[in-house]
Design a protein around this ligand. Structure first.
Ligand SMILES: C[S@@+](CC[C@H](N)C(=O)[O-])C[C@H]1O[C@@H](n2cnc3c(N)ncnc32)[C@H](O)[C@@H]1O
Ligand SMILES: [Zn+2]
Ligand SMILES: [Zn+2]
Length: 652
């Protein structure tokens, strides 16, 4: 390997500051949506960065400006450890993209996150256990659950296997006291004939909210149901966040109804059988008995279960799910789900497997919580369960869907599927996109990132603002990170759902989030503390770079002021496509581009003139498009940088 690495870096600009191929990296980020890199799917996380972009930034930061682009792309596509022993620190590790890509390039990763779940995910990604040992452990765990709790979901002898259970909630009108079945419409499922949708025994399956009878209708054109009375199929008593009492006309919110803890009724069961279409049938007494036996199981087996006994955080930026009347973590699950997951987590806790195996199992089971909780709904037209967080934040479906987590071969998010995902995550040969200089386009390539044990003791659950111990000062060669967005989405309120099951569920520090009363000063003062701590770690003459986006001027004001306080100047600015498939952030009008901000200590730089025309960027990234919201984020980034631009003071 030719060593083009920066020897010290002080006084010499890097490839990252001069020639970052942002168009090519952005095209790779876009192509990588079709790539398969299982390491990033072991557990759900919010706002993961595109791995190709992080790899590109790392490599560019590690090499001097005179590196030939062809050599850059050769290393990008190679399994060589091109950043061997470079020490890379990420202040906000999140889903771990930066550190995983760093480790794959041979670097030594370290980082912080206030969220213990993020730390567990990243540690797993960095030291995932041997997949053979993990498979054995997963089989044992499933075996235990099969004999112990799977019987709460089905009788073994049946030809039909339950897949989904449909539950309705019964709410009492606060005014007149009349109890009604909450519903948005009468439809449980329909054969939409959309591609990828499920086919069932009837075209349209509906229910009567008065007697809870399930009706199979043979035509999609039906508009009404005649049961206890005539009702429009598409009408319900819940619309626009309000329930309207059919008896007295009073409107109420979930908060007034405490819908989240209202009594529930089992309505229907969807089942599969080999060689048959799926069927949805009326729930029977024996189905109901099975689910009541879960309550007895919980009562009789309390000491064999590990179930969260904690309350939801009371101080929140988003009042859901408290506003649904849910105040305890355990209220987010059905009794059966508590039995299954309580048993699974206890089994893992008590097993003799190594820490990394237990961590991998914990993450697999935790990830399955996404599809096994009381807030899961149903995509009526596709016949699929809609997991929690598939729409922004917590939401409460009128008809809740409980998955049979032991279904052998169907269903999203069964325990088996989740375990398989984690086992696959330790695969070292993902299929990723690289740049082909010949065809001037991204091409797919299987890269074998040979296993190399990396120390993970530098990955800790703490605030980035916490100062490192003296043993860690001056030891980092590169700080690369993406701070939380300036958008009031508290990740910690989402991750709380999973964290409550962990051995160590509490945050390791104060999350960086703008305070609505003083957004700029609150964000910038905590961020500048984080930057100051990073600078204690960072060797002299080395780079600190981050990606960020916001079309709020306040956000960039906060960034600028944090850079000033920390004593940093901007030495380069680049537009980079981020992954727009990020769930929470993928709404129209939202940013699909980040700006990479590269910084150095002001003392290493001379002030320089900076001008960047946004339309040049728009032209340069063609055929990719930069929408208005992104252009405005980029403009603000440029403005922020103009008065803070520096050129590295070259030694010669
Ligand atoms: C945008 S995400 C980072 C995403 C990550 N780079 C990835 O690709 O997955 C921001 C992370 O910062 C964490 N965080 C928020 N405040 C923090 C603080 N004060 N110190 C450390 N981490 C913090 C959040 O928990 C979240 O995981
Ligand atoms: Zn009826
Ligand atoms: Zn009423």
């Amino acid at each position: 390997m030719a060593d083009h690495r920066c020897s010290n870096g002080q006084g010499s600009p890097t490839f990252l500051e001069t020639k970052l191929p942002f168009r090519e990296l952005s095209l790779i980020a876009q192509a990588d949506r079709r790539s398969n890199d299982p390491i990033y799917s072991s557990h759900r996380w919010w706002a993961r960065r595109p791995p190709g972009v992080m790899r590109g930034l790392l490599l560019a930061a590690g090499y001097p400006a005179n590196l030939a682009p062809s050599e850059y792309w050769r290393m990008f596509a190679s399994e060589e450890k091109s950043l061997l022993d470079l020490r890379v620190h990420d202040l906000f590790i999140g889903g771990g993209t930066t550190l995983v890509e760093a480790a794959r390039l041979g670097a030594v990763p370290s980082g912080t996150d206030v969220d213990p779940l993020a730390v567990e995910i990243v540690k797993h990604e960095l030291e995932s256990p041997d997949s053979v040992v993990l498979s054995t452990a997963a089989k044992e765990l499933l075996g235990d659950l099969e004999t112990d709790v799977a019987t709460l979901f089905r009788k073994r002898t049946k030809l039909w296997t339950p897949l989904h259970y449909f539950w309705v909630r019964q709410v009492g009108c606060p005014k007149c006291g009349v109890i009604s079945t909450l519903h948005r419409s009468l439809i449980i499922a329909r054969n939409s004939k959309k591609s990828g949708s499920v086919i069932r025994n009837a075209e349209l399956i509906v229910f009567c909210p008065d007697c809870l009878r399930v009706h199979l209708l043979d035509s999609l054109d039906r508009r009404q149901l005649r049961c206890c009375r005539r009702r429009d199929l598409l009408k319900g008593n819940f619309a626009a966040q309000k329930f309207t009492c059919e008896n007295c006309g009073t409107q109420s919110t979930h908060r007034q109804l405490s819908t989240g803890t209202a009594p529930v009724q089992l309505l229907a069961v969807e089942e599969t059988a080999e060689g048959e279409y799926r069927r949805i049938r009326q729930a029977t007494k024996s189905d109901r008995d099975l689910s009541t036996s879960a309550r007895e199981y919980l009562h009789d087996n309390a000491d064999r279960l590990k179930i969260p006994a904690t309350d939801l955080e009371k101080v929140r930026t988003d009042s859901r799910p408290l506003s649904f009347g849910i105040s305890k973590h355990s209220e987010l699950f059905t009794p059966r789900q508590l039995a299954v997951f309580g048993r699974a987590f206890k089994w893992i806790q008590q097993s003799d497997y190594s820490g990394s195996v237990r961590r991998a199992l914990t993450l697999a089971v935790s990830n399955a919580l996404t599809t096994n909780n009381a807030l899961c709904g149903y995509a009526v037209d596709y016949g699929r369960l809609a997991p929690l967080f598939s729409v922004r934040s917590y939401s409460l479906p009128a008809v809740a869907v409980e998955l049979n987590p032991f279904h052998p071969n169907a269903g999203r998010g069964t325990l088996r599927r989740s375990l398989e995902k984690v086992i696959r995550s330790s695969s070292v040969s993902p299929r990723r996109y690289v740049w082909s200089c010949e065809s001037s386009a991204p091409v797919a390539k299987v890269i074998n990132f040979a296993r190399r044990p990396v120390p993970t003791d530098g990955v800790i659950c703490a605030s980035a603002a916490e100062l490192p111990g003296t043993d860690r000062s001056g030891e980092t060669d590169l700080c690369l990170f993406d701070p939380p967005y300036f958008d009031y989405i508290a990740y910690s309120e989402l991750s709380e759902f999973y964290r409550s099951w962990l051995d160590q569920p509490t945050l390791g520090g104060v999350p960086l989030l703008p305070d609505r009363r003083a957004p700029v000063s609150s964000f910038s003062s905590l961020l500048s503390e984080c930057l100051a701590s990073a600078l204690v770690r960072l060797r002299l003459g080395k780079l600190l770079a981050f990606t960020f986006h916001s079309n709020s001027r306040l956000a960039w004001d906060a960034i600028g002021s944090a850079l000033d306080t920390a004593g940093l100047l901007v030495t380069a600015l680049w537009p980079l496509k981020n992954d727009s498939h990020m769930g929470h952030h993928s709404k129209a009008g939202n940013c699909e581009w980040d700006v990479a901000v590269v910084c150095r200590r002001a003392a290493d730089c001379v002030h320089a003139h900076f001008e960047q025309n946004i339309f040049d960027w728009v032209k340069q990234v063609s055929p990719l498009k930069i929408c208005k919201a992104d252009q405005s984020s980029m403009k603000l980034a440029i403005e922020m940088s103009m008065s803070r631009f520096g050129r590295v003071a070259t030694s010669d």
